[in-house]
Write a protein that binds this ligand. Structure first.
Ligand code: C2E
Ligand code: MG
Ligand code: MG
Length: 591
C-alpha cells in the first residue's frame, strides 16, 4: 500500500468517525427537543388542572410543585411571580382573564446536546470534508478503473501483438490456428503456411539491425497487402511469418501462397536503398495433413525446412516422406549418441598420392559407423545429424584424437582431417587442436584440416578468425570439395589455404566423350596462381589419372589408388612401399 493511500485511508476513517458523532448529536438533540415538548405538555396539563380547581398559583404548596415536577420530569421546578433567573426554561401561567399571574421555571435538561455543542463546528467541517473526500474517492476510483482498462488493453496487445510489425504474434497465431481448426466445417480446408525471410543475416550485417527491423516491418506490411481474401497472418518467429487460410475443398492453396512469395521476394526500399531478400514457404493443409494444431505446425515446419533446403523463393507442401525423413534424422541423432558411448565408431584412412600414384604422401581420415542393425551409415548423413544433435564437438574430438594417434604409425605421411562447418564456428577449435597435437606429440605441419566453402560464406569474418588461429598453430588448411559451392576468387584470396581439393564432380567426367579438360586446366592454373597445392578427389580410372597429371595436378585421391580402409590396410599399403601403380611417364590422352 502506498503512503498516499494510507494517508487517504486515515483521513477517511477520521472523517467518518466525526461524521458519526455529528449524526448522533443531531439525533440526540432531536430526542432532547421531543422530550422538552412532552414535559411542557405535561406541565400545561397540570396548570390547566390547578386553574380548573380554582387554586391560587401563588398559594401552591411546595409538595404539589414537587409532584408536578416529578410527573412532568422537570428539574428544580419553581412557581414565581417575578422574573426567573437567567438560563432557566419558562412557562407563563395565565388567569381566567388571560393575564399572566406568574411563571413556572425549571432547569433545562440538554446535557448531551450541550456537551456536544463545542464539537459542532468541527463536526460540520468533518462532514464537508467527508463529502469532498467521497467525491474525490469516487473520482479516483473511476480514474483507477479507467487506467486499469487501458493497461489491461495494453497487456492484451503485448501478449497478442508483435511489437515490431504490429501483426498478431506467435501466441495469437496459435490461438487463431486452434480457432480455425475448431470452426472448420465439412467441405472446408484450413491451410497453414510458414514463410521465412531469406538472407536477413546479410541485411543485418550489411545495413545494421535498425535497417533489418525496417525490412521486417516492410515485409510484414507487404504480406498484409497481398494476403488472399479471408486469410490472416502473423509473425511466428524472428524471420518467420504465418498465414492461415480457410478455403473450400475445391480451392487450391498453392497458387495463393506462390503469388504471395513472389510478391514478398521483390526488392524493398529501406533507408533510401533497395534491399533484396528472398521468401521461402512451406505449408500443410487440414484435414489431409493433420487435424490438430501441433500436427499442423510441426508438418508446416517440416515443409518449410524442406523448401529451404531445396531452393530460395520456393514453396513446398508437406508430404509423408518429410515425416519419414524427420523420423530418420531423429533416429540418427539418438543412435549416434549411443554409438559414441558404445564405441561403434571407427576411422578409416584413404591414401593421398603424389607423382601420379608413385608415392603415398598423406591419408584422409574418414569416419565410419557400423550400426548393429542398420549396417554402415554414411558420414555425410551422420555428421549432419551430429551437428543438429549437438554432438559434433564430441565427434570431431574423437576423429582428431584417433587420427593423430594413428598417424604415429606413419611418420612420413601427413594426416588430413575434415572439419564440419559447426566445428569451425566453435571458438575453442584452435585450443582443441593444439591440445590434441600436444597430447599425441604430432608436429603441426603434419596435420591438414579440410573445410568446405559453406563455412566461409556463412560468416566470412568469423571463419577467417578461426582459420587464422589454426594457421597460427602451424597446421595446414585445405579447401575441400572445391567447385561444388560458390568457387569464389574472393574467398580464395581472403583465406590462406595451402591446398585445393578439386571435387569429384570435375574429375568424374574427365575422358568422357565430348568433355573438354579446359575446366580442370583452369582450376589448376588458378590454384598455381594462388600458390596452392592441387589435389584431385575421386580418381577412379586410369584415364582420369593421366588427364589430371597432364593438367598439372600434383596430388590425387581415389578408388583407383585405394579405397578408404582401416589403419591396418594403410599399414599394408605402406609395407608395399607404393600404391597400385608404379610411376610411369603419362601417356597423352586423346582430347
Ligand atoms: P570428403 O571429405 O570429400 O571425403 C571424400 C569422400 O569421397 C569420402 O566419402 C570417400 O570415401 C569418397 N571417395 C574417395 N575416393 C572416391 C572415389 O574414387 N570414388 C567415389 N565415388 N568416392 C570416393 P565418405 O567417406 O562417404 O565421406 C563423405 C563425406 O563425409 C566427406 O567428404 C566429408 O565431407 C564427410 N566426412 C567424412 N568423415 C568426416 C569426419 O571425420 N568429419 C567430418 N566433419 N566430416 C566427415
Ligand atoms: Mg574431405
Ligand atoms: Mg571432398
Amino acid at each position: 500500500m502506498t503512503p498516499g493511500l494510507v494517508g487517504s485511508f486515515g483521513l477517511f476513517v477520521l472523517c467518518t468517525t466525526l461524521f458519526c458523532v455529528f449524526a448522533a448529536s443531531v439525533l440526540l438533540q432531536q430526542a432532547d427537543e421531543g422530550r422538552q415538548v412532552e414535559r411542557r405538555a405535561a406541565l400545561h396539563g397540570a396548570i390547566e388542572a390547578i386553574r380548573t380547581a380554582g387554586i391560587d398559583f401563588s398559594a401552591l404548596p411546595e409538595q404539589r410543585v414537587r409532584d408536578i415536577a416529578r410527573i412532568a420530569g422537570l428539574k428544580d421546578l419553581r412557581f414565581e411571580t417575578g422574573p426567573a433567573a437567567a438560563g432557566r426554561e419558562l412557562q407563563p401561567v395565565l388567569n381566567a382573564q388571560g393575564r399572566i399571574v406568574g411563571w413556572f421555571s425549571w432547569e433545562p435538561d440538554r446535557s448531551l446536546t450541550n456537551a456536544l455543542g463545542p464539537l459542532k463546528p468541527l463536526m460540520t467541517a468533518a462532514t464537508v470534508l467527508l463529502i469532498a473526500f467521497a467525491g474525490f474517492a469516487i473520482w479516483q476510483v473511476r480514474r483507477v478503473l479507467r487506467d486499469l482498462a487501458v493497461s489491461e488493453r495494453k497487456a492484451w496487445t503485448l501478449a497478442h501483438e508483435d511489437v515490431l510489425t504490429g501483426l498478431p504474434n506467435h501466441r495469437k497465431m496459435l490461438e487463431s490456428i486452434d480457432a480455425a481448426l475448431g470452426a472448420r466445417k465439412a467441405g472446408e480446408t484450413v491451410t497453414l503456411a510458414l514463410i521465412d525471410v531469406d538472407g536477413m543475416k546479410d541485411v543485418n550485417d550489411a545495413h545494421g539491425h535498425r535497417a533489418g527491423d525496417d525490412l521486417l516491418s516492410a515485409f510484414a506490411a507487404r504480406l498484409k497487402e497481398n494476403l488472399p481474401a479471408g486469410a490472416v497472418c502473423g509473425r511466428f518467429d524472428g524471420n518467420e511469418f504465418a498465414v492461415l487460410l480457410r478455403q473450400t475443398d475445391a480451392a487450391q492453396p498453392a497458387p495463393a501462397i506462390e503469388n504471395l512469395v513472389e510478391a514478398l521476394a521483390k526488392p524493398y526500399w529501406v533507408n533510401g536503398q533497395a534491399v533484396q531478400v528472398g521468401a521461402t514457404a512451406g505449408f500443410a493443409q487440414a484435414p489431409g495433413d493433420g487435424a490438430s494444431r501441433d500436427d499442423m505446425t510441426r508438418r508446416t515446419n517440416l515443409a518449410l525446412g524442406a523448401a529451404k533446403r531445396k531452393r530460395r523463393n520456393g514453396v513446398l507442401r508437406f508430404d509423408a516422406a518429410m515425416d519419414r525423413e524427420f523420423e530418420e534424422r531423429r533416429f540418427l541423432e539418438r543412435e549416434l549418441k549411443r554409438a559414441l558411448v558404445n564405441g561403434d565408431l571407427d576411422v578409416h584412412y584413404q591414401p593421398i598420392v603424389r607423382g601420379g600414384g608413385a608415392q603415398i604422401v598423406g591419408a584422409e581420415a574418414l569416419l565410419r559407423w557400423r550400426h548393429p542393425t542398420h549396417g554402415q551409415i554414411s558420414p555425410a548423413a551422420f555428421v549432419a545429424a551430429a551437428e543438429r544433435g549437438g554432438l559434433i564437438g564430441e565427434l570431431g574430438a574423437f576423429v582428431l584424437r584417433r587420427a593423430l594417434t594413428d598417424a604415429r604409425r606413419w611418420p612420413d605421411l601427413y594426416i588430413s582431417v575434415n572439419l564440419s562447418p559447426m566445428q569451425v564456428r566453435d571458438p575453442n577449435l584452435a585450443g582443441l587442436v593444439a591440445g590434441m597435437l600436444a597430447e599425441t606429440g604430432t608436429a603441426p605441419e603434419r596435420l591438414l584440416l579440410e573445410v568446405t566453402e559453406g563455412v566461409l560464406i556463412d560468416d566470412p569474418d568469423q571463419a577467417k578468425e578461426r582459420l587464422d588461429a589454426l594457421r597460427a598453430l602451424g597446421v595446414r588448411l585445405a579447401l575441400d570439395d572445391f567447385g561444388t559451392g560458390y568457387s569464389s576468387m574472393t574467398y580464395l584470396q581472403k583465406f590462406h589455404f595451402d591446398k585445393l581439393k578439386i571435387d569429384r564432380g570435375f574429375v568424374a567426367p574427365l575422358g568422357s566423350p565430348g568433355h573438354s579438360p579446359a575446366v580442370i586446366q583452369a582450376i589448376v592454373a588458378l590454384g598455381r596462381a594462388l600458390d596452392l597445392t592441387l589435389l584431385a578427389e575421386g580418381v577412379e580410372t586410369e584415364e582420369q589419372r593421366v588427364r589430371l597429371r597432364l593438367a598439372g595436378c600434383e596430388e590425387m585421391q581415389g578408388f583407383l589408388f585405394a579405397k578408404p580402409g582401416p589403419r591396418e590396410a594403410l599399414d599394408r599399403l605402406l609395407g608395399q612401399g607404393r600404391t597400385v601403380e608404379a610411376d610411369r611417364p603419362p601417356q597423352r590422352a586423346a582430347g
